[in-house]
Design a protein around this ligand. Structure first.
Ligand SMILES: [Mn+2]
Length: 319
């Protein structure tokens, strides 16, 4: 496997004429925005380029891929993945194409290489920033639509420039997007200032039902499946919901348990800087990062809740 620089990736892309771009399962703003931007950029250079239809794309981001997709790969296609860290991240239906992927463009630090060449920059907050840099080198025309696709990628992967991965380079790329005509205010409103009723209702339920422990430094939320069904939340509504109890002033670590379809429990832990969420997640066979960790617990919800509460009780919150 050959590791490419930005310039070498640009050179590789200049060499071929027909591309097909692959995005990851449960597609987020970064994989979808990166693919849209790369597709538009390569087309502006006279290439034939399509994005392989992702069966899991949600209505929220569908506008990014309008007019850019194709349902199947063609034999002449050169295949590229964007924001895909491992083969397991590809939708099942893409599996048969795995051996044909010629280039992986990504920013995940922990990854499984699976292509003959790759460009991976773990210092990029988003894959979209990397795509912008490569297209700039290639001399692609960076129009407003392309800039908006990149902005969607970099703003969603940084929680609108709030997460620890945000760098000077993220802001510099965002500035270029603004200069190219991206409607930053409209996108921010849509992506960060709009809630579904389902999400607000589950947040309301969490406020009413969370337990605060150790003088309010720890939060425990236990959500029965029946509650989710009665409120009628979607998986989109529940996306990163475990971060919500962590936002309560004084809370340094929050543990959220959701009951799964098979009657067991899924644990998600969120922690502020200086605290380590993996301490709790590892107790139950899981893992993750200091700020966000999780575990699947093969226990009924009530029993899982008891054990997590006990584990939280053993923490010393003096740091
Ligand atoms: Mn990403």
């Amino acid at each position: 496997m050959t590791k490419l620089t930005r310039a070498e990736a640009a050179e590789f892309l200049a060499r071929h004429d027909q591309y097909l771009l692959l995005t990851h399962r449960r597609p987020d703003g970064d994989t979808l925005g990166s693919a849209a931007a790369l597709c538009l950029g390569l087309r502006s250079l006279g290439k034939t380029c399509h994005i392989l239809e992702n069966p899991e794309i949600t209505p929220r981001f569908a506008f990014l891929h309008e007019g850019l997709t194709r349902p199947e790969a063609e034999p002449e296609d050169t295949l590229i993945t964007v924001d895909v860290a491992s083969p397991g991240m590809l939708p099942n239906s893409f599996g048969k194409l795995l051996d044909r992927v010629a280039l992986r463009i990504d920013h995940h630090g922990a990854a499984t290489s699976f292509t003959p060449r790759e460009i991976v920059d773990p210092d990029s907050a988003s894959c979209a920033e990397l795509v912008w840099d490569i297209l700039e080198i290639m001399g692609a025309s960076m129009d407003a639509r392309l800039a908006e696709a990149v902005y969607v990628g970099l703003s969603t992967d940084t929680g609108c420039f709030r997460f620890a991965n945000t760098t000077e380079h993220t802001f510099a790329t965002a500035a270029k997007c603004a200069r190219a005509g991206a409607r930053l205010y409209e996108l921010n409103q849509e992506l960060f200032e709009t809630n579904t009723l389902g999400r607000l209702r589950i947040q309301g339920w969490i406020v009413e039902h969370m337990q605060l422990l150790k003088a309010g430094t720890l939060a425990l939320v236990v959500i029965p499946r029946q509650v989710e069904q009665e409120i009628g939340v979607t998986e989109d509504d529940m996306d990163n919901i475990s971060n919500f109890p962590r936002t309560v002033a004084g809370v340094r670590m929050a543990a959220t348990l959701r009951e799964t379809a098979d009657g067991t429990a899924k644990l998600s832990v969120r922690a502020v800087p200086g605290c380590d969420a993996t301490i709790i997640a590892r107790r139950f066979g899981g893992g993750g990062h200091k700020g966000a960790a999780g575990a699947n617990m093969s226990l009924p919800l009530a029993e899982a809740a008891k054990q997590v509460e006990a584990a939280l009780g053993e923490l010393t919150m003096d740091n």
